[in-house]
Design a protein around this ligand. Structure first.
Ligand SMILES: NC(=O)c1ncn([C@@H]2O[C@H](COP(=O)(O)O)[C@@H](O)[C@H]2O)c1NC=O
Length: 529
């Protein structure tokens, strides 16, 4: 079995014709016979290349609106027979099957078609490629003798190898291409299965495709591509990698503008701070918001008239914890803000964009990671448990002022109300049990991840470096007893926002009334484990 195989005949059948002519010219230059299907053959002929029609090879016309073109023993026999195997050689000789040494194929654009608004169901079904994947699989299975090219991005390197060898490809290359080919058909079928499953009952062919939000898929097929191998995982002895959905959105597709390689923990924290910054975005008439995150919890978050002001407020909330943190900013970062932020040691900064002045200011800190992120739609939450995983909707719960239920005799003042909403938005992004003290668009104390709510209230107050008097407090879930509420009152909070729903609600409300506090119920909670 020689490592290199000379390519003598290639079958080209591609929907995406990018780079096709140049690659075919290379093959032709080495004397490769080109065989091709309808549209591909036309494109090659138009470029002046000599091409054999697939119908001449099979002795059958392309038929049934292209449903049957390459599905023929003359094609699959030519791809699948084992060269040098006496029985196989005799069989192909008897049936006049000629060897095909390379297949260049890319598939009908099913996903693109499915994404077209109002696409007719019949049209979508026609865009399920059958002959293409069949050839991909036949050629990939017989990689010892056949090269299968499924990616346009491979044409340049293959051209180099063909040129270096005078028209051959090595075994290692054919093996790489074969693995890639099976990944291609797997992803293609995953996309089809996921799309059809979202449709529920079959529409009539002329009806538009409507994707329903199905409860949960009968099996989970995840289609993500390796974006980056990471240096290590949460700890140096753990290996890690980042996978992306290729959408160009969100943290997995962020554009890194400068700095050291992003680490596993950086990515997790960037996700947390980006989500919190986005959460704060539409509040307070689109004020800039800044979130500083340590180990996925915010240590400071604030809105301000400018990015600079929001940053200064977020930092002032807990400057000690902010050291070495990750910063999320919901608006473009300008030079003034960047000059100030650059004074602090942080691991990474995420924003929708940075002005040239900001980039200049940050460029002095070579290791600082700067990433530009485009907001992605809310993602389902996946948690692994031994033997399986849990899947849930994203927590998209969002309460507006007019939806709050005032349960105390004293309603919150307008100022308290604004702070309550702000504290509630931040609290959603703090690990449970969570208590957030805030005032005037600035967190003052954050009690995160405590095993009891009363401890979260005490701990949040203990963390405060700015005065707590006149703050409001948010609790991610109800107070089971008055003690938690009494703790936030003792710390200096004058108003409270919480879901309500405890059997002891009346006791908690009575305590708030006794303490002269205003309290509102949201009716929804924001546990975050
Ligand atoms: N039916 C077949 O036998 C068949 N053989 C190849 N194809 C696909 O036809 C496309 C190329 O068609 P054309 O060369 O006509 O533009 C390729 O995406 C290829 O994957 C087929 N089409 C669909 O199944």
């Amino acid at each position: 079995m020689s490592a290199e195989k000379k390519i003598r005949r290639a079958l080209l059948s591609v929907t995406d014709k990018t780079g096709l002519v140049e690659f075919a010219q290379t093959l032709a230059g080495f004397g490769v016979e080109l065989v091709s299907t309808g549209g591909t053959a036309r494109a090659l002929r138009d470029a002046g290349l000599t091409v054999k029609d697939i119908s001449d090879l099979t002795g059958f016309p392309e038929m049934l609106d292209g449903r049957v073109k390459t599905l023929h023993p003359k094609v699959h026999g030519g791809l699948l027979y084992i060269r040098g195997n006496a029985e196989h050689e005799a069989a192909v000789a008897e049936h006049q099957i000629q060897p095909i040494d390379m297949v260049v194929v890319n598939l009908y654009a099913f996903e693109k078609t499915a994404a077209q608004p109002g696409v007719a169901f019949g049209h979508l079904i026609e865009n399920i490629d059958i002959g293409g994947p069949s050839m991909v699989r036949s050629a990939a299975k017989n990689f010892e003798d056949v090269a299968i090219v499924t990616r346009v991005s491979d044409y340049p390197t293959l051209t180099e190898e063909l040129t270096a060898t005078g028209g051959s490809l090595g075994r290692e290359t054919r093996w790489r291409l074969a693995k890639q080919a099976f990944a291609t058909t797997a992803a293609y079928d995953t996309a089809i299965a996921n799309t059809l499953e979202q449709m529920g009952e079959a529409p009539l062919p002329a009806q538009p495709v409507e994707k329903k939000s199905i409860e949960f898929p009968s099996s989970l097929r995840i289609n993500l591509n390796l974006a980056q191998s990471l240096r290590y995982g949460e700890n140096p002895h753990q290996r890690a990698a980042l996978y992306s959905d290729g959408s160009g959105l969100g943290v997995a597709n962020a554009r890194q503008l400068q700095g050291k390689e992003l680490s596993f923990n950086n990515l997790v924290d960037l996700d947390a701070c980006w989500e919190l910054a986005q959460e704060l975005k539409p509040t307070d008439a689109d004020l800039p918001a800044v979130a500083i995150i340590k180990h996925t919890n915010p240590c400071g978050a604030a809105t301000g008239a400018t990015v600079l002001e929001a940053y200064q407020k977020a930092l002032a909330a807990d400057p000690v914890s902010a050291f070495g943190g990750v910063i999320g900013i919901n608006q473009p970062v300008d030079g003034a803000a960047a000059e100030e932020i650059a004074k602090l040691f942080v691991e990474a900064i995420a924003a929708p964009s940075f002005t040239p002045e900001a980039l200049e200011a940050f460029s002095r800190k070579k290791n600082l990671r700067l990433v530009e992120i485009h907001a992605a739609p809310a993602k389902p939450v996946v948690k692994q448990v031994s033997g399986g995983l849990l899947l849930q909707d994203a927590d998209t719960g969002r309460i507006e002022e007019n939806e709050l239920d005032v349960v105390t005799w004293r309603p919150p003042t307008a100022e308290e109300l604004r702070s309550l909403i702000f504290a509630w938005r931040v609290c959603k992004h703090v690990k449970s049990n969570a208590i957030v003290y805030a005032r005037d668009g600035q967190t003052i104390g954050i009690g995160a991840g405590q095993m009891s709510r009363v401890d979260a209230a005490k701990f949040g107050a203990q963390k405060a470096v700015l005065p707590l008097a006149g703050t409001v407090a948010a609790s991610d879930a109800f107070f089971p007893f008055p003690d938690g509420l009494e703790a936030v009152a003792a710390a200096g909070a004058t108003a409270v926002i919480q879901p309500g729903g405890s059997v002891k609600d009346q006791d908690v409300i009575a305590a708030a009334d006794r303490l002269g506090m205003a309290m509102v119920f949201t009716g929804i909670r924001h546990f975050r484990h």
